[in-house]
Design a protein around this ligand. Structure first.
Ligand code: ZN
Length: 409
C-alpha cells in the first residue's frame, strides 16, 4: 500500500503575515517615492543584465552597481544591492523570460530585507528605508499576526500599496507543532470534477454552506461550465483580442479554484482537528505508469487544482498538528467499504455505487472517500507502529493492490 508521510519540513512552516501600515501623509509620500525608485532601479538593472547576458548575482553586482547608482538619483547603497539581488532572483525563477528584458511595474511590490527595515516591536512601528531617510511607520494587524511578528524570526518583507492602503507582507517561520496520534480514525477526501471534494463524512465541499447532501455542489459546476463555454467560444474566434481575454479568464479561473481549494482544505483540517482524526487523500503522483488509466488522468484539465488541494491540506494539517497521509488511488471508486468486493460492476451508473457482493448502495464519491479513509488509517498504522517503522514494504510497495481487493470478484 502506498503511503507517503507528510513531508513538511522539520524546522518549521514558512508563512506570510500581512500587516497594515498607517503612515502619516508625509510618510506615505516618502514610501511612494521609495516604491517608484526601487522599481525603477530594478528595471535599470534588469535592462543591463539582459543587454550583457549577465544573470548571476555576483556578476550582476560587478556590472550594474555603479551604473544604477549613477542613473537612479537617491538610491542608497543598500537599495542598489537589493535591486540587483531582486533582478537576479527574477531571472533565476523564470518569472522573467530571458527573451526580453524584464520590466518591473512602477507601483509593484518592493522587497525589503533586514538592512532596509528594522522593527520596534514594543512601539509597534517599523522603520523603512526611503530616499529621503528612514520613516518609522505604525502597523496593525490581526491578533495572531501581531503575535507572530512579536515572537518569531522574520525574513524578507514586501512593501505594497493596494488601492491606497499600505501593506507589509512579512515572511515568518512558524514552529511546526507535534503531529498528534489520530484517535478517531481518518477523514477521507475524494477529489472530483463535479463535486470538488466529498468527505467520508458525506460532506460535499465547498458546498453552499460548506455542508450539504451529496450532489448539491451545483453552483460550482455552473460557474465552471459557463467558463468552459466562454473559453470554447473565444478559442474559435482566435483573434489577438480573444487570446487576451482567454488569458484573463484563465487567471480568473485559477484564482477561483485556488480560493475554493483554500476553503475545502480549511474545512477538512478544522473538522479533523475538532474530531481528533487524521486526513487521507489520494496520491496523485502514484497513478502514473499504471496499466489502466485512472480517472484522474482523464481530468487533465484541472490536474493542477487536485495537486494544489493536496498541497494546501498537507500544509494546513501540519500547521494544526493533524496527521496527514496520501493513499494508493487504485480502485477507490470500485471497492466496497463493507465487504471488500472490488468490481467494475459495482458502478452501474455514473455517480452511483451498488455493491454486487453485499448490496451496499450509495453515492460513488462518498464510497470512494470512505475507502480513502480506511486506507489512510491502515497506512498510518503500518508506518507508525514501532515494529513496522522502516519496513520497506510500507513505503516502497506502491504498485500493490489495496487490502480491500482481496474480497473477491
Ligand atoms: Zn459489498
Amino acid at each position: 500500500m502506498a503511503i507517503r508521510r507528510s513531508t513538511a519540513k522539520r524546522h518549521g512552516l514558512p508563512t506570510i503575515v500581512q500587516l497594515r501600515l498607517t503612515p502619516a501623509p508625509a510618510q506615505a509620500e516618502a514610501l511612494t517615492a521609495a516604491v517608484l525608485l526601487c522599481n525603477q532601479a530594478a528595471t535599470v538593472v534588469s535592462r543591463l543584465a539582459w543587454q550583457h547576458r549577465v544573470f548571476t548575482v555576483v556578476e550582476l553586482h560587478r556590472l550594474a552597481y555603479y551604473p544604477v547608482r549613477a542613473q537612479v538619483a537617491g538610491l542608497g547603497a543598500q537599495a542598489a544591492v537589493r535591486a540587483i539581488a531582486r533582478v537576479a532572483g527574477a531571472y533565476a525563477n523564470r518569472r522573467a523570460s530571458k527573451k526580453r528584458a524584464h520590466i518591473f511595474r512602477p507601483h509593484g511590490a518592493v522587497p525589503y530585507d533586514a538592512r532596509l527595515l528594522s522593527w520596534n516591536r514594543d512601539a509597534r512601528t517599523v522603520s523603512l528605508w526611503t530616499p529621503t531617510g528612514r520613516v518609522a511607520v505604525p502597523y496593525t494587524g490581526r491578533p495572531e499576526d501581531l503575535k507572530a511578528v512579536d515572537g518569531l524570526p522574520m525574513g524578507e518583507a514586501d512593501l505594497i500599496c493596494r488601492r491606497g492602503v499600505w501593506l507589509l507582507q512579512v515572511a515568518v517561520t512558524l514552529p511546526k507543532p507535534q503531529t498528534r496520534e489520530p484517535v478517531g480514525g481518518f477523514v477521507g477526501v475524494d477529489q472530483g470534477v463535479a463535486n470538488l471534494a466529498v468527505t467520508s463524512d458525506r460532506v460535499v465541499l465547498p458546498g453552499p454552506a460548506l455542508a450539504g447532501p451529496v450532489g448539491s455542489n451545483g453552483h460550482v459546476r455552473t460557474l465552471r461550465e459557463r467558463r468552459h463555454r466562454q473559453r470554447r467560444r473565444l478559442q474559435k474566434t482566435g483573434t489577438a483580442a480573444a487570446r487576451r481575454v482567454l488569458r484573463r479568464l484563465a487567471g480568473r479561473e485559477h484564482r477561483m479554484m485556488t480560493d475554493l481549494n483554500h476553503q475545502i482544505s480549511k474545512h477538512v483540517v478544522r473538522e479533523a482537528e475538532r474530531t481528533g482524526r487524521g486526513i487521507a487523500l489520494e496520491d496523485l503522483q502514484g497513478i502514473r505508469g499504471r496499466v489502466r488509466a485512472h480517472r484522474f488522468q482523464r481530468r487533465t484539465l484541472h490536474s493542477w487544482a487536485f495537486a494544489q488541494q493536496i498541497a494546501f491540506t498537507r500544509y494546513k494539517a501540519a500547521r494544526a498538528g493533524v496527521a496527514f497521509v496520501l493513499v494508493d488511488p487504485a480502485y477507490t471508486s470500485q471497492a466496497c467499504p463493507e465487504c471488500g468486493c472490488v468490481a467494475r460492476a459495482n458502478r452501474p451508473a455514473r455517480g452511483r455505487f451498488v455493491c454486487t457482493g453485499c448490496g451496499l448502495a450509495g453515492h460513488a464519491d462518498h464510497i470512494a472517500a470512505r475507502n480513502i479513509a480506511t486506507r489512510g488509517a491502515a497506512g498510518w498504522a503500518a508506518v507508525n507502529q514501532p515494529h513496522a517503522t522502516g519496513h520497506p514494504s510500507a513505503r516502497r510497495d506502491r504498485e500493490s493492490k489495496p487490502p480491500a481487493s482481496t474480497g473477491g470478484s
